[in-house]
Design a protein around this ligand. Structure first.
Ligand SMILES: C[S@@+](CC[C@H](N)C(=O)[O-])C[C@H]1O[C@@H](n2cnc3c(N)ncnc32)[C@H](O)[C@@H]1O
Length: 300
C-alpha cells in the first residue's frame, strides 16, 4: 500500500493525502507548515483565524503520528508561538523527546524580538530508547573565520578534542538560512538542506521512508535522496512541485568512505558518531590535514 507513494511528490492537499497513507508506515515525518503570518505563497492564503489554524494543525499532526512507525520520529518546525500549542496536542498522542532551538542566523529589525530561534519539536511514537531509532550526531568544531582556530577552549585541551567535532546539543546555530539568491529557489521560506540532513541522519537508516506534508521546493525530499533514504513529499502549489522535481533530479548521494554524511559547500556539516572511524581512517575520499582539518577529495 505505501509503495505507491514512495519517491513521489504529490500535488494535493496534505490532509487528503495523509488520510490515504496506512498506519505505521513511514520512518520519519517532518512538517514545516505555513506559519499563519500572511506570507506570500503562490496558492496558499497564509492567514487563518487563530483557532481555525490550530484545529487544522492538530488534524495533520495527528495524521503524522498515526502514519509513523513505532520505531520512527515526528518533527514539526515553527515559531515558538505555535509550537507551544502543538506540544499540548502532541503530548497526548506521542512522546516528547526534544525542543530543538534552531538559531537560523537572521538579523533583528527592531520593534519586537526577532524570532531568531525557530523551534523543531521532536517526538517519538515509542517511549523506550530500545524501541525508537536515535543516532548520536557530531558537528564541526566551531572555528574563527579569520584565523581558523577553534573558538572553544575545551578546558585547555584542544589537542585532545574530537577529530571531527563535538556531539550535538539541542541548540543548533551552525546551520544558516540560505540568503544568497543564487542558492535559493523562488519560495518565501525554503529551509536549508543541511538542517533536514541532520534530522534524517539522527533518526533514520539507509532505505527508510521520510515524509514531508508541506514539501515546498523539496528540501526534505532532496535531503532524503542525498542520504540514500526514500521520500514522500506533498505540496499544494504546482509551481513548487515543479521546482522540487528539478531539485530532486540534480540531487546526488553524499557518501564519504562508504558512510552517508551531510556536506555543504565542501565541508561535512553532520556525521553520525558511529561512522567517524570509518570516515576518518579510510584514505579514499578524505585527506586529513593539520589541526584537525581535512579536504574532501571527491566531488560531491
Ligand atoms: C513553510 S512552507 C515549506 C517550505 C519547505 N520546508 C521548503 O524548504 O521548501 C509551507 C508550504 O506548504 C504549502 N501548503 C500550504 N497548505 C498546504 C496544504 N494544505 N497541503 C499541502 N501543502 C500546503 C505551501 O504552498 C508552502 O510551500
Amino acid at each position: 500500500m505505501i509503495n505507491k507513494f514512495i519517491n513521489k511528490i504529490i500535488r494535493d492537499d496534505c490532509l487528503a493525502v495523509l488520510k490515504k497513507i496506512p498506519d505505521s508506515s513511514v520512518d520519519m515525518a517532518f512538517a514545516d507548515p505555513p506559519f499563519n503570518l500572511k506570507k506570500k505563497y503562490n496558492h496558499y492564503e497564509d492567514s487563518k483565524e487563530k483557532q481555525d489554524y490550530l484545529d487544522w494543525c492538530n488534524d495533520w499532526i495527528s495524521e503524522m503520528v498515526r502514519i509513523t512507525k513505532p520505531t520512527g520520529a515526528i518533527f514539526v518546525h515553527n515559531i515558538p508561538r505555535w509550537l507551544s500549542h502543538y506540544a499540548e496536542h502532541l503530548n497526548k498522542i506521542a512522546y516528547f523527546r526534544h525542543w530543538i532551538a534552531w538559531d537560523s542566523g537572521g538579523a533583528p529589525m527592531g520593534k519586537t524580538l526577532l524570532p531568531n530561534h525557530y523551534g523543531i519539536l521532536y517526538y517519538t511514537k515509542s517511549n523506550s530508547h530500545k524501541d525508537f531509532k536515535f543516532f548520536d550526531i557530531r558537528y564541526p568544531h566551531p572555528r574563527c573565520r579569520a584565523c581558523d582556530e577553534f573558538l572553544k577552549d575545551y578546558g585547555g585541551k584542544k589537542d585532545q578534542a574530537h577529530g571531527f567535532g563535538p556531539l550535538l546539543s539541542d541548540v543548533w546555530n551552525d546551520i544558516h538560512r540560505i540568503r544568497h539568491k543564487k542558492r535559493r529557489d523562488d519560495h518565501p521560506c525554503q529551509l536549508p538542506v543541511p538542517l533536514l540532513e541532520r534530522l534524517i541522519l539522527m533518526t533514520t537508516d539507509e532505505g527508510d521512508i521520510v515524509l514531508d506534508p508541506f514539501v515546498g521546493t523539496g528540501t526534505t525530499a532532496v535531503a532524503a535522496k542525498r542520504l540514500g533514504r526514500k521520500y514522500i513529499g506533498i505540496e499544494l502549489d504546482p509551481d513548487y512541485v515543479k521546482i522540487t522535481e528539478k531539485n530532486l533530479k540534480a540531487a546526488k548521494e553524499t557518501r564519504i568512505n562508504g558512510s552517508y554524511v551531510s556536506v555543504y559547500l565542501g565541508h561535512i556539516r553532520t556525521m553520525r558518531d558511529k561512522d567517524f572511524k570509518e570516515i576518518w581512517e579510510n584514505k579514499g575520499d578524505l585527506k586529513l590535514l593539520d589541526n584537525k582539518r581535512y579536504k574532501i577529495t571527491k566531488s560531491i
